[in-house]
Design a protein around this ligand. Structure first.
Ligand SMILES: [Mg+2]
Length: 235
């Protein structure tokens, strides 16, 4: 195996605590729309619906716009909210998501260390361009990472091999076996890495038991464990 020289980072749920961002942004957006329905129960309901929509997209069954608006239409229907609001609600929600920057412990330091270590680092994200551009700028990550690949710009979503083909075409001089993807999603990040023929590292902070047939090359509970994985053999 070649030495790893490039790190492809998922952003949401990997470098940043997306659950926290999402919770804050959701609550804020409900407030802004003057909808009193927000509750912890609603949030949990949203979370289940949202997950189902993203999984359907990863399986190629629905498109990203269908995910973004459809999840709120379904949620609103349950809570008796006008579903015509869903599209605008999502847009405002994305803006709030982009403003909620919450790094996981040591994430920023780690990215800085790897930069000093000469690794090429890229963001590879299926998040919306509206939210991600804002979040990457506000966090300062866009000034540290070498490249940012947002699926809306790329034209393909993870886990498609086409998404990663675009990445490797853009970064040049790096072979797939010199790269690793680090991400919290087995279905988009780890499956995507496998489709692209690169090494895969599953960030699993909660120690979830996985019941899918997708085996990552590495599994970590803390981001700093990645240092051990990337250390040159014999070091
Ligand atoms: Mg993620």
């Amino acid at each position: 195996m070649s030495q790893i020289r490039a790190i492809l980072w998922d952003i949401d749920g990997t470098l940043m605590d997306f659950a926290l961002s999402e919770r804050n942004a959701l609550q804020q957006t409900f407030q802004e729309f003057g909808l009193p329905a927000y509750s912890e129960e609603l949030r949990q309901e949203y979370s289940l619906i949202n997950k189902r929509y993203w999984t359907a997209m990863e399986l190629g069954k629905i498109t990203k716009p269908q995910v973004l608006v459809g999840r709120f239409q379904e949620l609103f229907e349950i809570y008796g909210i006008d579903i015509a609001l869903a599209e605008e609600f999502n847009t405002v929600f994305q803006l709030h998501i982009g403003d909620e920057v919450h790094f996981f412990p040591n994430a920023m330091e780690l990215v800085r260390d790897f930069k000093s270590g000469g690794y090429l680092q890229c963001a590879v994200t299926n998040g919306t361009k509206l939210a991600q551009d804002r979040k990457l700028a506000k966090s300062g990550l866009n000034r540290i990472l070498d490249y940012v690949f947002i699926s809306e710009d790329v034209g393909f979503e993870k886990p498609s091999a086409d998404f990663f083909r675009t990445v490797f075409r853009s970064i040049g001089h790096y072979q797939p076996d010199e790269a690793i993807i680090v991400g919290d999603s087995l279905t988009s990040d780890i499956q995507g890495g496998k489709n692209a023929g690169i090494r895969t590292c599953w960030f699993n902070p909660q120690g979830m038991v996985q019941n899918l047939d997708i085996q990552p090359d590495f599994e970590i509970r803390k981001l700093t464990e990645l240092k051990r994985i990337l250390r040159p053999a014999g070091d």
